[in-house]
Design a protein around this ligand. Structure first.
Ligand code: MN
Length: 281
């Protein structure tokens, strides 16, 4: 910006009185919107069609802060893969945060990554990850986040006197924030699409809206038969057993309600195999 333009801008702000604060506010919300738009438009569709498909891709449903169950299911998948002589290639279907008690630990587990060479993890974005990120950027979004995010706040050490946006911003490690900001929305193999909630039928993958991919229910369930892939998804909890039907497999077995966390092993040309762990085991 030239010196003249700067001078005019300053003079305008001075002349307009309250406009200076107003301008600041507009700048701030524009920045927030810009950030969300970047999130939405970034290449967030992962393509695994070229990967060696002799081995299974494992997918895990909504973890929702249930770190204990997650660790046990990871061990179980590790044993399963070892038996097959395969690496453990795992897609997490989003909603890894909120509701359950250990969101902080769950994110630490993901950031640490797999312990065995050759294993590969991909975490997809769910509506709860978006809601946690949004809670950082406005007080309204923070208020919407609190009912489902109370345990998340607690896991970061926030107590009764510190349930506010500023405290969350200060307590959330930047590694956690960056991890959440970078999550992709979908992953596809030759025959399957992995996504948090589902897809809007009749719309190409690249034109799917973030809101549909992370929250859709009925229009997807009703149109899931004419899709070019079998969709593996979470988001809509079942009463504890995975759902298989039409062109979709739902493995959100409602971990924080039912105590059951489920994975599916998808191998090209074979029937899906389910692995799960339960609080009752
Ligand atoms: Mn969800």
């Amino acid at each position: 910006m030239g010196r003249k333009a700067t001078r005019i801008k300053v003079r305008r702000a001075v002349n307009a009185g309250g406009a200076a604060t107003n301008g600041k506010f507009i700048d701030r919300s524009r920045r927030a919107i810009g950030k969300l738009a970047r999130l939405a438009s970034r290449a967030r569709h992962v393509d695994w069609r070229q990967k060696d498909d002799r081995f299974p891709v494992y997918a895990i449903g909504d973890v929702h802060g249930m770190a204990e169950l997650l660790e046990r299911l990871l061990d179980k998948i590790g044993r399963d893969a070892k038996k097959l002589g395969s690496p453990a290639r795992i897609v997490f279907l989003g909603d890894v945060v909120n509701r359950g008690p250990d969101t902080r630990r769950v994110l630490d587990i993901f950031i640490d990554g797999p312990r065995h060479v050759g294993d590969e993890w991909l975490v997809l974005c769910g509506n709860h990850e978006i809601s946690l990120l949004e809670a950082l950027s406005s007080d309204d979004a923070f208020d919407r986040f609190v009912p489902k995010g109370l345990n998340t706040l607690r896991s970061y050490g926030l107590g009764r006197d510190s349930i506010n946006r500023k405290a969350l911003k200060a307590a959330l490690p930047s590694a956690h924030r960056h991890f959440l900001e970078a999550l992709p929305l979908t992953c596809r193999t030759r025959s399957h699409l992995f996504v948090h909630a589902g897809v809007r039928p009749g719309r190409p993958l690249k034109r799917q809206k973030v809101a549909d991919l992370t929250t859709i229910r009925d229009p997807f369930f009703e149109g899931a038969t004419g899709l070019p892939w079998t969709v593996v998804h979470g988001h809509t909890p079942t009463s504890g057993r995975p759902f298989v039907g039409g062109n979709r497999i739902c493995i959100d077995t409602g971990a924080c309600i039912t105590g059951v966390l489920t994975a599916v092993a998808i191998t090209e040309g074979e029937k899906p195999r389910f692995l799960s762990v339960s609080n009752d085991d």
